[in-house]
Design a protein around this ligand. Sequence first.
Ligand code: DC
Length: 228
Amino acid sequence: MGALPPVIAVDGPSGVGKGMVTRWLAHELGWHRLDSGALYRILALAAQRAGIPHDQPAAVAALAPGLDIRFVGTTEADEAILVDGADWTADIRAESTGGLASHIASAEAVRAALLQRQRDFRRAPGLVADGRDMGTVVFPDARLKIFLDASAEARAERRWRQLSQAGVNAKLLDLCDEVRARDERDRKRAIAPLAPAADAIVVDSTQMKPDEVLAEVGRLLRNRGISP
Ligand code: DC
């Protein structure tokens, strides 16, 4: 068996900018990208639509193999997520769906149901994987593991700016509470909790501008000898 295609794992809490970093990396390197959070979001939404309560993880997990999931486009603007042929993009991106996903994601049955599906994204020439447990569980052999972090306040404020620019009226304090609640669930769950892998490089972006984060990530790539 030949060597598996290389993986760059980018993990971190919600709203930290993993999407920006992983889209940039995939574009720069010409590699595939896995948005693992979207898989959890899709499954949470599919369960809701099928009338399955989120506290029945076995029934939620049983939906996973039957879902036909397609990611179309590569930039935030042209990206679409098709589930069984229907466009679920807007519903998947909704803040409330992130909360639902975080709930179902604490169940072992759900995580197990999505594990191979995530590994199937590993194709030549390489994969940039975005999530919570990419470096710890899904791709422990990743060539580079980055753990992107930032304070809950900084992440809530960035989200608030994004929503304001999109004309959505949100309260900063509410966003801050939501970010903290989701962090708490993701970090404290028993299975695959959000935590840096022992060999991950932690990048704290609290005080950094987006282009400074990308410059730092670019430096990490060069240090590992990773190039397109
Ligand atoms: O990255 P995101 O906000 O789209 O993820 C939504 C939720 O899914 C997140 O709060 C926790 C869960 N998740 C996970 O448990 N493991 C992953 N690899 C990705 C997401």
